[in-house]
Design a protein around this ligand. Structure first.
Ligand code: MUC
Ligand code: MG
Length: 369
């Protein structure tokens, strides 16, 4: 069965500071998981978070410690269980730890898909598209720099939809910054905001009204994670689409938010969901509740981003596209062949498993010593 489970921390500087309301990132830490089977298959998975513990409940260091201490011995002790039974055993033995569970599940599904000789997406119901639209996040913190960056992306045919990270400055300053960018880019270009839960409900009412009037078409997680009542009230109050991001922590939260109709759109993230299978469950709950979908990111590197792409490629409705640009924010490449971004989309590989080849020499150079 499973011979070894290795976790590797890789710190990679970002191409520029990436400023969110909760942290400013200068580097991203990838937790890469490599699982090897007795019969010679290798599966890869990845976990990331944003700004240590400032975004979620797991840090790269906690993911590594918990995988090394609890997941790895459990997997190595398992004999004669299929993947579904193995995942059930993990759920039974380990509470929480969604990011770590996602990395492990990704590697197990990578192995299974390679064993069967099919792309990983085929284990999740099958891909409905071969590429996914990808937006770009403008987060330099400077209006003029952001406008220049957006124009360059449009010219390069890399991205034509932009998300702005706001919430760290006084509200009016942030709103003016967003409207100035929207006006500079024009009505054809979709501009969205992610407040990363920085506003009170009163601030939301003030800010969202102005953003709606200014032609912004999506407002992501404007208020506190636990304040889903406020999120529901804002969804009812405004015409502009309101999206749940941090409030979504897997299928149960998706079900609860759907019952309240607390959002128009869900940002589905494989790590926040606790795995690729659970991300598909979140998408199914949204479909049944008439909630639109967006493919979110925890700013994963190429392994986690392509794993997300396999899951998102199975979604029937992806009305708001995806933000799988994480690898483009990094200064180092860890795949032998980089992911293909062209014509504003990320192309899904056709090979078996994740369909990527990890450059292990490069990882050896970059790994945290
Ligand atoms: C988030 O909250 O959506 C996604 C894109 C980005 O720039 O930050 C992440 C996290
Ligand atoms: Mg967000």
């Amino acid at each position: 069965m499973y011979k070894s489970v290795e976790t590797i921390l890789v710190d990679i500087p970002t191409i520029r500071p990436h400023k969110l309301s909760v942290a400013t990132m200068q580097t991203q830490t990838l937790v890469l998981v490599k699982i090897t089977t007795e019969d010679g298959f290798i599966g890869w998975g990845e976990a990331t978070t944003i700004g240590g513990l400032s975004y979620g409940e797991e840090s790269p260091e906690s993911v590594k410690a918990n995988i090394d201490t609890y997941f790895a011995p459990l997997l190595i002790s398992i004999k004669n269980l299929n993947v579904a039974q193995t995942l059930k055993q993990i759920r039974k033995s380990i509470n929480g730890n969604r990011f770590a569970k996602c990395a492990i599940q990704t590697a197990l599904l990578d192995i299974q898909a390679k064993r069967l000789g099919v792309p990983l997406s085929e284990l999740l119901g099958g891909r409905l598209r071969d590429s996914l639209p990808v937006l770009w996040t403008l987060a330099s913190g400077n209006t003029e720099k952001d406008i220049a960056e957006a124009k360059k992306m449009i010219e390069l045919k890399r991205h034509n939809t932009f998300k702005l990270k706001i919430g760290s400055n006084p509200l009016q300053q942030d709103v003016d910054h967003v409207i100035a960018i929207k006006q500079a880019l024009g009505s054809e270009i979709s501009v969205r905001v992610d407040v990363n839960r920085a506003w009170s409900e009163l601030e939301c009412i003030n800010g969202i009204q102005q953003l709606q009037d200014g032609g912004i078409d999506l407002i992501e997680q404007p208020c506190a994670i636990e304040n889903t009542d406020a999120l529901a009230r804002l969804t009812q109050r405004f015409d502009v689409a309101i999206m749940a991001d941090e409030a979504l922590t897997g299928p149960l939260s998706a079900y609860r938010l759907a019952k309240q109709h607390a959002a128009d759109v869900y940002a589905v993230k494989v790590e926040q969901s606790g795995g690729l299978i659970e991300a598909c469950e979140v998408a199914n709950i949204a479909k049944l509740a008439g909630i639109d979908l967006y493919g979110g990111t925890m700013l994963e590197g190429p392994v986690g981003s392509i794993a997300s792409a396999h899951a998102f490629s199975t979604f029937e409705n992806l009305a708001f596209g995806t933000e799988l640009f994480g690898p483009l924010l990094l200064t180092e490449e860890i795949l032998k062949t980089p992911l293909r971004y062209e014509n504003f989309e990320l192309v899904l590989p056709t090979g078996s498993g994740l369909g990527i080849e990890v450059d292990e020499d490069k990882i050896e150079q970059l790994r945290r010593k």
